[in-house]
Design a binder for this molecule. Structure first.
Ligand code: PEP
Ligand code: MG
Length: 322
């Protein structure tokens, strides 16, 4: 098995009929970027920047953040590095930030909501990202977007930062891309509107599954509902990919589902371009992609999307994967 996977090292990621895909990696700190390259990732599809904040005892400074982002960009030698801006709150606590306890943290003050409410803090991160963009292909990704207003506000802050940096004589990528994590039920219902405002989409199936099914994975009593094999989640994913493809933007997935071999044919059928997985899953996912033609994937998709239960969906996908 391991030797069979090694055959995919250094190879392009292509479907059985030669359609090019991108195999990217999820990382949590700049040191992991090296591991991603060692595992043969072609890009970083998700750099979870909150780990920089969690490992500290106070907010990391602009220079500290710049160093971390620059390091990841340099390690990838010009390949794309998608860095997600601070995703605090929900399941991600940062003690020194002293956020109030909330009755319903997953529906509360977190991620882009916190950042837009604290623009001076947010601009520290955006400036660091812009400065690091002079050293590689850094892209900015915004978590937990639910409406057009949020992404417009972030882009306005990015423009403000650019103006400041220009005046201060810093180099940066003037055309830095700003994209969206598609991970809320709201975003899945307006992917066409969001695609017009966004350079790329990355589907966060960890949250999207929870928000779509109104199910907390950590709650044993309802964990059975936390599954992307439910038609509701599959339709959400399909809507997002197809809206992005229609608008001509890059669509990827950085949630755990990107590494689920059962889902691969559906994602190929819908036209998803980038699979971002943990380092150990890179070669295996590349192999699974190589086993499907578009025609076979489309035929399976047509069958599966008519099914009514998660159990039927999983059984059909399992059967097809044999
Ligand atoms: C996701 O929600 O799918 C995701 C990739 O982000 P996180 O797991 O960090 O919330
Ligand atoms: Mg998420």
């Amino acid at each position: 098995e391991k030797a069979a996977l090694e055959a995919f090292r250094g190879k392009p990621t292509v479907t059985a009929d030669g359609e090019k895909k991108v195999l990217a990696c999820n990382i949590g700190n700049p040191e992991d970027a090296k591991g991603a390259v060692d595992h043969d990732a072609e890009a970083i599809g998700l750099f979870r920047s909150e780990f920089l904040f969690m490992d500290a005892t106070s907010l990391p400074t602009e220079d500290e953040q710049f160093e971390a982002y620059r390091k990841a960009a340099v390690t990838l030698k010009g390949a794309p590095v998608i860095i997600r801006t601070l995703d605090v709150g929900g399941d991600k606590e940062i003690p020194y930030m002293n956020l109030q306890k909330e009755d319903n943290p997953f529906m509360g003050y977190r991620a882009v909501r916190y950042c837009l409410d604290n623009p001076d803090e947010y601009k520290v991160q955006l400036r660091a990202l812009l400065r690091a963009s002079a050293f590689g292909d850094i892209k900015i990704m915004v978590p937990l977007v639910t409406c057009v207003e949020e992404i417009r506000s972030v882009k306005a802050l990015v423009e403000e930062c650019k103006e400041e940096l220009r005046a201060e004589g810093y180099k940066f990528n003037e055309n830095i891309e700003v994209g969206i994590m598609m991970e809320t039920a709201a975003a899945a219902n307006i992917p066409d509107l969001l695609a017009k405002e966004s350079a790329f989409f990355s589907i966060g199936t960890n949250d999207l599954t929870g928000y779509t099914m109104a199910s907390d994975r950590g709650n044993d009593k309802v964990a059975y509902l936390y599954s992307w094999y439910y038609p509701a989640v599959l339709r959400a994913i399909k809507n997002i990919i197809q809206a992005g493809v229609k608008e001509g933007i890059m669509v990827g997935m950085c949630g755990e589902a990107a590494a689920d071999p059962l889902l691969t044919p559906l994602l190929i059928s819908w036209g998803m371009e980038e699979f971002s997985v943990s380092a150990p899953s890179v070669l295996r996912t590349r192999k699974v992609i190589s086993q499907w033609t578009k025609a076979d994937a489309d035929a399976l998709e047509a069958k599966v999307m008519q099914l009514e239960t998660a159990e039927e969906v999983k059984a059909a996908l399992t059967e097809a994967a044999r």
